[in-house]
Design a protein around this ligand. Sequence first.
Ligand code: DX5
Ligand code: ZN
Length: 211
Amino acid sequence: MTIIAPSLLAADFSRLGEEIHRMEQGGASWLHLDIMDGIFVPNLSFGVPVVKSIRPVSKLFFDLHLMIQHPLDYIDVFADAGADAITFHLESQSDPEKTIEKIKSRGLKAGLSIKPNTPPEALLPYLSKLDLILVMSVEPGFGGQSFIPSALDKIRFLKNAAPSIDISVDGGINEKTASLCTEAGANVLVAGSYLFSAEDVKERISALGSL
Ligand code: DX5
Ligand code: ZN
């Protein structure tokens, strides 16, 4: 069963609660929350107060994607704010082992992500400790970009190396790219603009999930 994780970055931020309910009613089970610090990526998004405010209005699994330079320093505050899973970047400045341990010590699922230019082999030393891998299929920082096809070979490689870990893919997901990703072995699809621009969210979620 494919998990669909709408990326809140593409929501109308003046109506966050309603936007989250729209995704929940459309059949999403996760909510993907993109945290950016303007250093690791050339953009800013939102932080702890937003995660904390939306936590009580939703039962969705909060899948945090930290695109920040020093993730280890922020695990506690995001855990306190209500994260269910925290994914950080291998290219960040924090020690991967320590950061994974910290996430797990808070009882959360731990994920590690790679940018488009990072080879999947770089994740091999950490696979046995991870719950989730996030393959970026666009350069992190902005929604609405086109899918980079080389992500598919990475997904295949990682599925083969770690068949039981959740493999998530993020960036440029629509009904066409979704089927390529699930065929390659991804079981979590992150989609921002494709879902939040929809008139009928249910139809789009089932187009992603049933392929
Ligand atoms: C990009 C973010 C993505 C983004 C996806 O840095 O990590 O989650 O919101 O947006 P779409 O689905 O529009 O490519
Ligand atoms: Zn993301």
